[in-house]
Design a protein around this ligand. Structure first.
Ligand code: SF4
Length: 430
């Protein structure tokens, strides 16, 4: 396999990136080869509920290494394997003698340009200059960025498979638009449901959003929670969002029913709503999920697609509005805090959503809708756009729960302030 033949082979196979963006891999690799770019293999499993990168390392590491060698066949190009600091994946990579790029366990730290920044000795946060850096350049502070390409671990594994088995084999899976075998992580909320509600919504808000650290105080390559060790970041995520049972990773293909993936993932039929693709994704009602196909064409109506291949089923006994509240509160502390929408917009949305769950007035609902509308398109990366899409989708899918909260009822047993309606006022003689 030569530098010239690999992109042509990948183009005929129709391989696209498996990290979520679905960019044509042959285009990326051709540009990287032309520029002599270094390679970062992303194994961070950065999306909520994602586990496939770790699965690939456990089951197919030699093929990932072979694929990385094919992508960087020209000598002198460095290959680094990015994994969350302190994770089992990082340990496995180090034990295999690979060059590990240890990444702080924050949501945005594994974003493509954040990895490139970290690899160049800077903070693990998205670069505000939106170049792809495959050909190198300078970041917004004027630092030199060497040509670097970032590929997801599953993508690199697929490169090795295609080189070994050929494009026809690859195209025998999936659909014409989305060919090839794929991995998907399937998880569900724990049967125990939601964690206990704190004494007040404000207490929870402070608990979560107090993690913001002024830019000057950040260290260790990212904006960490105050006084928090890097190794504890993932544990913090699990503590706050402790509703993700260990995800099961399945080998599958585009075009299969979502319900089949749920069944294979061990999700009981009476599941609640489904979240596809984590914080950057969208919800489907349980009924919608039963009729949907897992492919771009089947999911675009819901505002998502195959994405990074993550499916999460909510516990039908929990309050989905409270679940979303906790995710948004966590999201407020996960950005790099360098753009307005993340510094102010996401925390404000989290605050208003928490208030809406506790006291679902029309005014608060309007306020949440307005926050959601203001977030997209204003950050240096697409993090706020993803959060806005997540919240907008939750407003659509959980409308009935909002109505129930307005009448003082909650599926998860959360105490809800019942708004004083004119009817109640009359009944109470107010
Ligand atoms: S939008 Fe948010 S996450 Fe993205 S670069 Fe700006 S502050 Fe960081």
């Amino acid at each position: 396999m030569t530098d010239a033949t690999l992109p042509a082979l990948l183009e005929s196979a129709g391989l696209t990136g498996r990290g979520g963006a679905a960019f044509a891999t042959h285009v990326k690799i051709a540009a990287a080869t032309h520029a002599g770019a270094d390679l970062i293999v992303n194994l961070c499993d950065g999306e909520l509920g994602a586990a496939k990168d770790g699965w690939v390392v456990t089951h197919h590491l030699p093929e990932v290494v072979a694929g990385a060698s094919l992508v960087t066949s020209r000598r002198g190009r460095r290959i680094r394997y990015a994994a969350h600091r302190g994770s089992a994946t990082a340990s496995r990579l180090a034990a295999a003698g690979l060059d590990v790029l240890e990444v702080p366990a924050r949501y945005v730290s594994s974003e493509e340009t954040a990895l490139v920044s970290l690899a160049h000795g800077h903070l693990a946060r998205p670069m505000t200059k939106r170049d792809r850096f495959v050909s190198g350049g300078r970041d917004s502070a004027g630092h030199t960025i060497e040509p670097t390409v970032v590929l997801n671990a599953e993508t690199v594994w697929r490169v090795a498979q295609i080189a070994d088995r050929g494009a026809p084999w690859f195209r025998s899976f999936g659909t014409a638009a989305e060919p090839g075998p794929r991995l998907v992580s399937v998880s569900r909320s724990r049967p125990s449901g939601m964690p206990p509600l704190p004494a007040s919504a404000r207490a929870r808000e402070d608990e979560h959003l107090g993690h913001f650290v002024p830019r000057a105080e950040r260290d260790g390559g990212t904006c960490r929670a105050r006084g928090e060790s890097p190794a504890s970041a993932r544990a913090r995520q699990n503590a706050h969002l402790g509703h993700f049972d260990s995800p099961i990773v399945l080998e599958t293909e585009a075009g299969v029913p979502v319900s089949e993936l749920l069944r294979r993932g061990g999700i009981p039929d009476d599941h609640g709503a489904i979240l596809l693709n984590g914080l950057g994704g969208a919800f489907l009602t349980a009924t919608e999920a039963r009729g949907a196909l897992w492919c771009g064409a089947g999911l675009t109506a819901y505002g998502t697609g195959i994405g990074p291949g993550v499916i999460h089923a909510l516990d039908p006994r929990g309050c989905p509005l409270a679940w979303v509240r906790d995710v948004l509160a966590w999201a407020g502390g996960e950005s790099a805090g360098q753009c307005g929408p993340c510094l102010f917009g996401v925390p404000a949305l989290a605050r208003d959503w928490a208030a809406l769950v506790a006291s679902p007035t029309p005014e608060l609902l309007a306020q949440v809708r307005s926050r959601v509308a203001l977030l997209p398109g204003r950050g240096a990366c697409r993090y706020p756009d993803g959060v806005a899409g997540f919240a907008a989708s939750a407003l659509r899918v959980f409308e009935a729960d909002l109505v129930a909260h307005r009448s003082g009822r909650c599926a998860g047993g959360i105490p809800v302030d019942r708004p004083i309606t004119s009817e109640r006022k009359a009944h109470a003689g107010v």
